[in-house]
Design a binder for this molecule. Sequence first.
Ligand code: FAD
Ligand code: NAD
Length: 404
Amino acid sequence: MRKQKIVILGAGYGGLMTATQLQKGMGMNEVEIQLVNKNDYHYETTWLHEASAGTLHHDRVRYNIRDVIDRNKVEFIQGTVVEIKTEDKKVILEEGELPYDYLVVSVGAESETFGIKGLKEYAFSIVNVDAARQIREHIEYQFATYNTEVEKKEERLTIVVGGAGFTGIEFLGELANRVPELCKEYDIDPLKVKIICVEAAPTVLPGFDPDLVNYAMAQLERKGVTFMIGTAVKEATETGIIVGKGEDEVEEIKAGTVVWAAGVRGNSIIEKSGFEAMRGRVKVQPDLRAPGHEDVFIIGDCSLVINEEINRPYPPTAQIAMQQGIVCARNLLALIRGKELEAFKADIKGTVCSLGEDDAIGVAFGKKMKGGTASFMKKMIDNRALLMIGGPSLVLKKGKFNLL
Ligand code: FAD
Ligand code: NAD
């Protein structure tokens, strides 16, 4: 009898967790598995703010996919997914076509621009390793250029961050540490540099613990960040950004760098392939399959799972993507073995938001924490993700050990 074939799209937290769990749980020759990813490396999306600010080298945030898969059980295919043809049970890649019996879609998120004019053209987003490298190099170029011009352009030294959600705040934390280094390197007076964060909601980190939010704001302000709260980004232009508090109070901020960190949506492949979705995220069945598609699992940032306690979707996180990967692997094996599928239940252990290398805020296991303790916890979480996917050898290779 022909072996059933599972194709996994995307080797991020969700996809790679599914693949490594499958290779542990499957019997030799029980099933054929193909893992498809755009690059031959996995990157820690949760560390990209560090690579973007330049506080961590981009090679530290990525590792070779072939190093963590069992090549006797999982075939890695480097390829870019264009579309999924569910009716023909095949995936269209830029490089060709792949038929499947069962499919796992875990191609992550894209930046959500809400149709705001100019963002796609003039703002950067922290979405992958290439984008992170571009942001780091762009900021460095602005600093390097400043003193070489006869007519100095102060706006080269202004960096605007749109959105004070977790991504915006974590990036600001790194940036606030990086800027003094850049000033030293390029002979620039630190007082000339402006780091401005524009947040539409009445607070930064909307919905998070107010005491911790106040601590985070105070720490970042102390390092030179200016917050414009209750102010929305309205447009990005070639020379900066237009913000406003309503229709009337509109202001232009001239800036050499604009980083848009105001939210994500599921990968556009989802909508292109005809799945019913909300902002690119498919409300999956409890067993993680797409409604109406018994052979397609959707996990990670492309999926939407409702938190029944508050009747609202869980925010898309690595924590959930990895937990889904474990259940997805078990359900795939159950399908192949003719067993019953289990329902996914998110187990939220907490949220920790870094404020640079040695500072953070968080709530974990029901406890509030800040400063060094929270920062230690954040590094442990980062190391745990490595451990779960690649075991102790990956932690030794890529882990964060500057724990104090
Ligand atoms: P990803 O891990 O993003 O992986 C998607 C994979 O698909 C990538 O390997 C990509 O290359 C590949 N891919 C994309 N398109 C294609 C294509 N067309 N063809 C082939 N391959 C493709 N969450 C937390 O829980 N804790 C945190 O501390 C945290 N910090 C974050 C910090 C930052 C700066 C950001 C941006 C996000 C953070 N998140 C955090 C959210 C978290 O990173 C995501 O929820 C998580 O990465 C989702 O996992 P995923 O598997 O769906 O996608
Ligand atoms: P987010 O949706 O969590 O935050 C976006 C922020 O941008 C919000 O505060 C929103 O009010 C603001 N905003 C929206 N439109 C705006 C506008 N026009 N002008 C100004 N501000 C605007 O998005 P995110 O921070 O990119 O996070 C994406 C996902 O990744 C979330 O689920 C988050 O929980 C997760 N994440 C987690 C961590 C962590 O756990 N440490 C870190 C980063 C990201």
